[in-house]
Design a protein around this ligand. Structure first.
Ligand code: SF4
Length: 393
């Protein structure tokens, strides 16, 4: 967990007060902007989010623009990828979105930009917002469909119908985004195998460039977790594995590369931003609750949107929970994340003491060792977390 740390060595604390031109030599290639507003709260969601009521969106956007301006004085912001996530970025009005997009153009050198993503909620996207995002450089739209049948959508507490999701997808397609991605969810209580297959088929009929298929997790502090605790629903590991395999084989047969446990892409359409996380690259997060990892430090902005919006200086100067992360920790994190990908993990990173376990996992058909890399098999992928833990020793 995060702990107070010797801030004197932290780049933010060393490099002077906001307003001074104290730009250092570090170049940041991956930026994440967290927009925490949602029209309706889904019962499974553990992200930092809340409704719009009682919040001043002007103040929020002004604070985020101030944070961007401040960061541009401290680092060279020359991103390869930018990601608008949340929450629901499209819960903002068009003019608020435009202000943020323009601020990124002002405060970053976008000459090296390869991908600019925005999460989209079918209920809140409009033709005007789609046009605004596309015209200001967003290249990748990720639509939170979750399911194509009414019953699963109702269980998930989603605020859109299948017809609205379809209309949103067509709207995004008309606006010329280079990559369209769909988010789906499986192992939802009450979701039959036929329901899951139906969602996969409906998605494939649209031929999106990218698909994310997430196994429902019961995260603490969510309504679903409480239902699980009270015995109103059960964990079903066999169903998780069956639905995972159903998705993997159907999407692979349809030409999608299963390049990470939950992610599938047509050739050349993988998410650059997510791959940067999985490789353990540095990234800078903006907005309430956003994490940043730069060099030997990780820190978190306050998870309090009002405090964030009201900050008179850069909201990042309020950041707490600084955690020093040494090379060993970064290696460990990268180790677990690389095991999630089909590129795999370099076999020489395994400590000799863990070699017997490695070979027994190989004999059990859970992983393969090839070209000096460890790659999980289809059977091993749903078990990635426990396999990573075991191999780390
Ligand atoms: S719309 Fe997305 S971020 Fe908002 S509550 Fe639902 S899952 Fe969470």
């Amino acid at each position: 967990m995060f702990a107070a740390s010797p801030l004197l060595t932290h780049p933010i604390k060393r490099s002077g007060q906001p307003g001074q031109d104290t730009k250092g030599s570090a170049t940041l290639r991956h930026l994440y902007l967290h927009i925490p507003f949602c029209h309706k709260i889904c019962p499974y969601c553990s992200f930092h989010k809340h409704g719009l009521g009682g919040y001043d969106l002007d103040a929020f956007v002004t604070a985020m623009v101030r944070e961007l301006e401040w960061a541009s004085r401290h680092w060279n912001l020359q991103p390869h990828s930018i990601y608008f996530g949340g929450g629901t970025p499209t819960a903002l009005t068009t003019s608020h979105l435009e202000n943020l997009l323009l601020a990124l153009h002002r405060h970053c050198d976008l000459s090296q930009l390869l991908e600019w993503s925005c999460e989209i909620n079918p209920r809140t996207i409009t033709a005007e917002k789609a046009r605004c995002l596309s015209q200001h450089g967003v290249t990748r739209a990720s639509l939170g469909v979750q399911a194509w049948d009414d019953s699963t959508l109702r269980t998930l507490g989603r605020d859109h119908s299948p017809a609205e999701a379809l209309a949103s997808f067509e709207l995004l397609r008309q606006n010329g985004f280079a990559v369209l991605s769909l988010d789906l969810m499986f192992s939802v209580p009450g979701q039959s195998s036929e329901d899951w297959q139906y969602s996969l088929e409906q998605s494939l009929a649209l031929r999106p460039d990218h698909l994310s298929a997430y196994n429902l997790n019961y995260e603490e502090d969510t309504e679903f977790f409480e239902q699980l605790r009270q015995g109103q629903c059960q964990l079903e590991p066999q169903r998780d594995a069956d639905y995972f395999q159903l998705a993997s084989s159907r999407l692979s047969n349809a030409g999608y590369e299963h390049y990470e446990i939950s992610n599938y892409a047509l050739p050349g359409k993988r998410s650059l931003h997510n791959q940067a996380y999985w490789r353990g690259s540095d990234y800078l997060g903006f907005g309430p609750g956003a994490f940043s990892t730069v060099g030997q430090w990780r820190w978190k902005n306050p998870s309090d949107t009002k405090l964030y919006s009201d900050a008179k200086t850069s909201p990042q100067s309020l950041a707490g929970d600084f955690e020093p992360i040494g090379p060993q920790q970064r290696r460990t994190e990268a180790f677990a994340m690389r095991l999630r990908t089909t590129d795999g993990l370099e076999a020489n990173l395994i400590h000799p003491d863990q070699k017997p376990l490695l070979h027994s996992l190989e004999e059990d058909g859970l992983l393969r060792i090839e070209d000096g890399h460890i790659r999980l098999t289809l059977q091993g992928r749903p078990l990635v977390d426990s396999i990573a833990l075991g191999l780390l020793g």
